[in-house]
Design a protein around this ligand. Structure first.
Ligand code: NAP
Length: 281
């Protein structure tokens, strides 16, 4: 479906580049069907055009006119300005996919032409290596075809699940902030390796590969993590001894609380973003 779609990126930063790179690498869209614009950095547009063969223009209305699927890839704080500039040029049947963290679909519906199909997405930073864990939700009135289009586009940079919009804060707490929890664990594993005598470079290499290997086991076997854990834990063995310490120190409970707090923080920030005056809109 994406192959017959013209994409228009409103915003040309890291996220836009990751998505452009992903769809081109997957061969989903020809580069000349991708339009990109931004606020003011002309060299950035030139660089994207040179490296990917996409069409770039400083004229946002041109991008909106050309595109069937508009991707809002600016920061949440810039959404009101963007909507004020181009919302009126949108047309019924167009799909608007926002990756702006925390901005509710209502905010877009209020700023575009009636009949525009709005989809909101929460990817994570691993989309830069095409391994994002992304959740999407449709605005009220958004049809399955628009969601399928969004799923296809975001599927080029990782896995996509669909959730109701009121669970987007939960997604933010879990997979949006999740890469940082894993990075912290790897930092701690590296420090631990050094404490038990390893060189820090070796400790990091082992820690990173351990996380990658465990993640691949989970993906490729589809097995329950608890089962995989039990399978590598022999009674009285080393893993059991290590896990016992993690249990005593409240490792799992700490993660549960971290996700809950991040989800709560997402709700708090969302309340600010949802208020038009707080966003300058
Ligand atoms: N990076 C991630 O891994 C990640 C993960 C999840 C969600 N997100 C979301 O993705 C969005 C983009 O993040 P990013 O990291 O790509 O940001 P970024 O690198 O700062 O890029 C933002 C882009 O938006 C453009 N922009 C700002 N105001 C605009 C306007 N009025 N009209 C047109 N373009 C405008 C900027 O143009 P100029 O450079 O010309 O100002 C820039 O190209 C954010 O909302 C963020 O919440 C990002």
């Amino acid at each position: 479906m994406l192959a017959r779609t013209t994409l228009g990126f409103l915003g040309a930063g890291a996220m836009a580049e990751a998505l452009i790179r992903g769809v081109l690498a997957a061969g989903l869209v020809a580069p000349d069907r991708i339009w990109v614009t931004n606020r003011s950095h002309r060299e950035r547009l030139e660089s994207l055009a040179r490296r990917f063969g996409v069409r770039t223009t400083p004229r946002k209305a041109e991008v909106v006119a050309a595109a069937d699927l508009l991707v809002v890839a600016c920061k949440p704080k810039d959404v009101p300005e963007l909507l004020a500039e181009v919302g009126g040029c949108t047309r019924p049947g167009q799909v608007l996919l926002s990756v702006a963290a925390g901005v509710p679909t209502r905010r877009f519906l209020d700023g575009v032409t009636p009949g525009v199909q709005v989809v909101r997405a929460m990817p994570n930073t691993s989309c830069l290596v095409r391994e994002s864990a992304t959740a999407i939700c449709g605005a009220p009135g958004t049809g399955p075809e628009a969601l399928a289009l969004a799923r296809e586009l975001l599927g080029a940079v990782g896995r996509v699940v669909e959730v109701p919009e009121d669970l987007m804060d939960a997604v933010t707490g879990l997979s949006g902030s999740g890469p940082a929890y894993v990075y912290l664990m790897v930092e701690a594993m590296e420090q631990a390796g050094v404490q038990v005598g390893l060189d820090s470079r070796v400790a990091r290499e082992l820690a990173v590969q351990t996380v990658l290997g465990a993640a691949r086991m989970l993906v490729e076997t589809g097995a329950d993590p608890a089962l995989l854990r039990q399978q590598v834990t022999s009674p009285g063995g080393t893993t059991m001894a290590g896990l016992q310490v993690l249990r005593e120190m409240g490792f799992a409970e700490a993660l549960v609380r971290a996700v809950a707090r991040a989800a709560e923080r997402s709700r708090e920030l969302g309340a600010l973003v949802a208020a038009p005056q707080a966003m300058g809109g």
